[in-house]
Design a protein around this ligand. Structure first.
Ligand SMILES: Cc1ncc(COP(=O)(O)O)c(C=O)c1O
Length: 397
């Protein structure tokens, strides 16, 4: 039977590729540093709101989300970007659906999306579904993964370019873009009639200074779209509630239509999201402190490994580390299938996400891995120690 080109070419998640091999390895304790699944407990008020029944029928909700949830998200962002109202927000099934909606709303089949790479690997999947093309713009660990220059942007621009998409703070880089960089690329996008799509699902998790939101860029109200999510900020990945936010009301009308086609996002999840969005400010301080401790522990431990270079994250909870080897796909598989550290009496190994999955062309990133600091400090230190032993063994093979 016929299967579409899109179904046949959509990528397998680079992050989950090793899952089957992990499941086959019985009795091995794997430190899973490959997945950005936070381990910080979901706040109690979110759990309580989720448990609350709201009538005898689980009914549909409005296509763009419950008005009170849209208003809560608008109020949350209005703390830093004044003037936002419920009309500027559409509730989606996670940031993932917001990204898909943005691509479908802005791109016709074959249109192009500029993305600084390394980038969040699922952008490829969304682009495949939207029949759009990701055009990568190289950034590098040595330059702190700074946004591409205007000259690099000019060189990538074609009549089919529709949007510039980036994550800030970055996954997989942990980089936070400075206000000057953001203003520069926003001006470039405006000058060229390009949408700026800022994926800010990690915005609450920063370690040096709070990232500027793209919604705060004055003079860019008409061409900026923000992607947000409850997944990381509130440790609520399973809630599947995200947001698409823009001041461009003509765009929001079209997003509402996309929402109508899949009916509304789950109302109960949205009530839990309201509980999350109205948590006291102290909650964010606690979350940042928890990730700062984890990230610091991981960086300290990585610094002990000879020949390993890495970018100290300014936000989010990932780092891209460069290893003294040339095939991190083979190394990641070796860790899962062969290497076992038995120094504590049990069999231990590590799962990492190989670098090529974060590049459009898998010939790049072959000496890099992405690590997620989503375990307690002590566990992370041990995991990096095991990683170091695995690396040594792999290099001496
Ligand atoms: C950069 C980035 N954007 C978007 C998402 C999607 O998150 P969700 O659909 O859970 O909101 C993720 C998830 O890891 C991510 O890392």
């Amino acid at each position: 039977m016929h299967l579409s080109e899109r179904a046949l070419t959509i990528q397998e998640s680079a992050i989950r590729k090793l899952d089957a091999a992990v499941a086959r390895a019985h009795g091995v304790h794997f430190h899973r540093l490959n997945i950005g699944q936070p381990d910080v407990p979901t706040p109690r008020p979110v759990m309580d709101a989720l448990a609350k029944e709201d009538g005898p029928v689980l009914a549909y909700g409005p296509a763009s989300g419950l008005p009170e949830c849209r208003a809560a998200a608008a109020a949350f962002h209005a703390k830093t970007s004044p003037g936002l109202g419920a009309e500027h927000v559409v509730v989606t099934q996670g940031g993932s659906e917001a990204l898909l909606f943005a691509m479908v709303a802005l791109c016709d089949p074959g249109d192009e999306i500029l993305v600084p790479e390394p980038y969040y690997t699922n952008y490829n999947g969304f682009a495949t579904v939207a029949a759009a093309k990701v055009v990568p713009l190289r950034t590098s660990l040595d330059e702190g993964f700074a946004l591409p220059s205007d000259a690099a942007l000019d060189a990538a621009l074609t009549p089919r370019t529709r949007m510039l998409l980036f994550a800030n703070p970055g996954n997989p880089t942990g980089a936070v873009y400075g206000a000057d960089q953001l203003r520069r690329v926003a001006k470039w996008a405006k000058r060229n009639g390009i949408w700026l799509v800022a994926d800010e699902v990690y915005r609450a998790i920063w370690f040096t200074e709070p990232p500027l939101s793209a919604l705060q860029l004055e003079g860019h109200e008409d061409h900026v779209i923000l992607i947000d999510s409850t997944s990381k900020t509130f440790s609520a990945c399973g809630l599947r509630v995200g947001f698409l936010v823009s001041r461009n009301l003509a765009l929001m009308e079209r997003i509402e239509r996309l929402g109508q086609a899949r009916l509304g996002p789950q109302p109960r999840g949205q009530r839990a999201a309201i509980a999350a969005l109205t948590l006291p400010e102290s909650y964010y301080d606690e979350v940042r402190a928890a990730y700062r401790t984890r990230v610091d522990a991981m960086m300290d431990a990585l610094a002990q490994l000879p020949g390993v270079a890495f970018h100290r994250p300014e936000g989010a909870f990932y780092t891209m580390a460069r290893l003294p080897i040339t095939d991190t796909e083979a190394f990641a598989r070796f860790l899962v299938e062969e290497f076992r550290d038995r120094s504590t009496g049990q069999e231990e190994s590590v799962v990492v996400a190989p670098g090529p999955g974060f590049y459009a062309d898998p010939r790049f990133g072959r000496d890099e891995i992405r690590l997620a600091a989503v375990r307690e400090e002590k566990v992370l230190r041990r995991a990096i120690e095991v990683l170091g032993r695995g690396l040594e063994t792999f290099r001496n093979k």
